[in-house]
Unconditional design. Structure first.
Length: 85
């Protein structure tokens, strides 16, 4: 996913701005893995294979997202990574 595209996104829950933590990029500087975080409600949205997973809470599938977060905790040394506040 291109950085310019990510700059246009907002939190689907409260429409506030998102911050980006880049975990992996490809050779053309596209973001492959990362975490978008809402500055207001503290929800986190993972970017997996260049696609941000930004479904509203009632449609999120936390059991499918959790293994990715666990791998990131080990691989990137991220502590206390929770998707929902």
């Amino acid at each position: 996913m291109k950085l310019k595209t990510i700059e246009k996104l907002c939190c689907p829950f409260d429409k506030h701005d998102l911050t980006l933590q880049v975990l992996a990029k490809d050779t053309t500087e596209n973001i492959i893995e990362g975490i978008l975080s809402c500055t207001h409600c503290q929800r986190k949205y993972p970017i997996v294979y260049g696609v941000p997973i930004m479904a509203p809470d009632e449609y999120r599938q936390i059991p499918l997202e959790q293994p990715i977060l666990e791998r990131w905790k080990l691989e990137y040394g991220i502590n206390d990574l929770k998707l929902l506040p």
